[in-house]
Design a protein around this ligand. Structure first.
Ligand code: SAH
Ligand code: SF4
Ligand code: F3S
Length: 511
């Protein structure tokens, strides 16, 4: 299939008229909304790598005199996609603006992970309708993970027909074409690919910060945890080539960046899809250890693929920080089984034991879902006991949210919302206790802080993060912003530390 045929088969065009409920007549040739069934498929076809992205001559200057605004929801992957779209906008001649009122194009880069994430977006669309009425030339777009879902596209068609364009996660490189169509067409432009495309290497980016940067190492997820929509919205696992990643990190270091976070839905699956080389996440981390950048983090790792080689490499530290985010989801093996996590409580605890043995000062954090269908009190207690046993320093905690199209959404659920909320509160109380304890253990210690800027509440105070990702506030000269300094911790709260700066540190040793 060539690019044109592919687009024709994936493209959906739709009417703006909210009165019309039967869209089929508008789609005599192809009416293919994003399909979860297609998104579930995992083909064997090889992924191609491209570095020939270019803005077509026709579109150059499209944004002259115009401003764009992107609102980002969801995970770091989405934040990074926003940086790419901002890069494309700038290349088209647009200027960035911080306010929606000032914008000529507004994009909502959305997240589909839980129902409340989606509700926020629909609520916001309601607000933006007024802007659109005051300023008819304004272009309003919905992109990101929500756009990959058929039901969302249909709901926008019906309830929010003033939206000008909908596109998904697999075709953000087509932004120039999509914008162009939206300017030319009176109809809503909908271009959502159900299936992932190739990896495009040379997309422009406007990074949100100058100190810390995101670096994608892989796209997609093949784990298909039974509750999760991500494998449908982000497609199959595709790893970037190591040389491209290493080159990007080297360039970031040369531009003065001090910390990078490697991104993937399951970074431990990195390299599994390479057919020509035997090169996995541990190998990548080992190579990045040799790059002259002070800190390397990663998110998120799945316990299942966390192998011994990776542990061994992380134990060498240097620029590889001693903080690992390791989502467990539940402490009950029975729950883990129906969640499709493919490990047991015992296997998780064994992995933690190995990690702690190799990296005794490691800081572990996690994600937990409470109130999964039919979770019993005992099973929930097992989550609490696992939390205590591991001694996680912090956690993101969620009430289970049914996602249409996932296997869990079809499960009958006998747990009431009241019980789910109560479990979440109990878990959060435990999370707070452990966080406070971990913070208090810092008192009197001298820690390395990467200074990010003035504290939000007080410009006299600087703030930054430790290697273990703890937020530290302290008095110091503005010249320290962007550098690594030593801070003595004087006081600890549940989520932040206070301290006094001791000295500036030129750079950290990279072994
Ligand atoms: N790839 C990551 C998770 C990405 S989503 C991983 O597996 O570690 C971030 C978190 O959202 C998940 O770890 C999970 O705790 C939560 N989550 C995902 N789907 C959810 C759902 N349907 N309801 C509630 N929480 C969910
Ligand atoms: Fe979702 Fe599981 Fe993939 Fe994480 S590993 S993105 S929870 S399917
Ligand atoms: Fe949300 Fe998509 Fe990330 S669903 S969590 S934005 S991958």
């Amino acid at each position: 299939m060539n690019e044109k045929q592919r687009l024709e088969s994936q493209q959906v065009q739709s009417p703006k008229d909210s009165e019309e409920k039967d869209y089929s007549k508008y789609f005599q040739t192809v009416y293919r909304p994003p399909s979860l069934k297609d998104a579930r498929r995992r083909g064997k076809e090889e992924i191609k790598y491209h570095d020939d992205f270019d803005i077509d001559e026709r579109f150059k200057g499209m944004g002259n005199g115009r401003k764009f605004y992107i609102r980002t929801y969801g995970c770091q992957m989405n934040e990074h996609d926003t940086e790419v779209m901002a890069g494309i906008f700038m290349n088209l001649g647009y200027q960035a603006t911080e306010t929606v009122e000032d914008a000529d194009v507004i994009l909502m880069n959305t997240c589909a992970i839980r129902e409340n994430a989606e509700n926020k977006v629909f609520g916001e669309l309601g607000h933006l309708k007024h802007l659109k009425m005051e300023k008819p030339d304004l272009l309003l777009g919905v992109c990101g993970c929500m756009a990959q879902q058929e039901s969302v596209v249909n709901r926008i068609l019906e309830k929010h027909p003033f939206v000008d364009m909908i596109f998904g996660t697999h075709n953000i490189h087509r932004l120039p074409e999509i914008l162009n169509e939206a300017y030319m067409s009176k109809e809503m432009v909908v271009e959502v690919w159900s299936k992932e495309g190739d990896v495009i290497e040379n997309l422009p980016k406007v990074r949100a910060g100058k100190i810390k940067a995101w670096v994608n190492i892989m796209y997609g997820c093949d784990k298909f945890c039974t509750y999760c929509i991500v494998p449908y919205t982000r497609g199959k696992e595709r790893s970037r080539r190591p040389e491209d990643i290493i080159q990007e990190v080297r360039q970031l270091a040369a531009h003065g960046y001090k910390e990078i976070t490697l991104l993937g839905q399951n970074v431990n699956a990195y390299g599994k899809d390479f057919e020509d080389i035997d090169y996995r996440f541990g190998d990548l981390m080992d190579d990045l250890r040799k790059v002259d950048i002070p800190r390397v983090r990663f998110t998120t790792s799945h316990p299942r693929d966390f192998d011994d080689h990776l542990i061994e490499v992380l134990a060498n530290k240097g620029n590889l920080v001693e903080h690992i985010h390791l989502p467990v989801q539940s402490g009950s093996s029975a729950m883990l089984k129906i969640m499709g996590r493919k490990y047991t409580r015992e296997q998780f605890l064994e992995l933690v034991r190995k990690i702690k043995q190799a990296i005794p000062d490691v800081s572990l954090s996690t994600d937990i879902i409470v109130g999964f269908p039919n979770e019993t009190d005992e099973q929930f207690e097992e989550t609490l006991s696992l939390y205590r046993e591991v001694g996680f320093e912090t956690a993101y905690t969620f009430i289970y949210s049914a996602r249409e199209g996932t296997p869990a959404a079809k499960m009958k659920d006998n747990v009431s919302m009241e019980v789910k909320k109560e479990r979440l509160q109990r878990l959060n109380a435990l999370v707070n206790d452990f966080s406070r304890k971990a913070m208090e253990a810092h008192k009197g210690q001298i820690v390395e802080v990467l200074v990010e800027g003035e504290s939000k509440n007080n410009p006299e105070i600087l703030s930054g993060y430790t290697r273990k990702n703890k937020l530290v506030n302290f008095k110091g000269p503005k010249s320290a912003i962007g550098s690594l300094v030593q801070v003595k911790i004087t006081d600890a709260k549940t989520w932040t530390l206070n301290g006094e700066m001791i000295e500036a540190k030129e750079s950290v040793e990279v072994m």
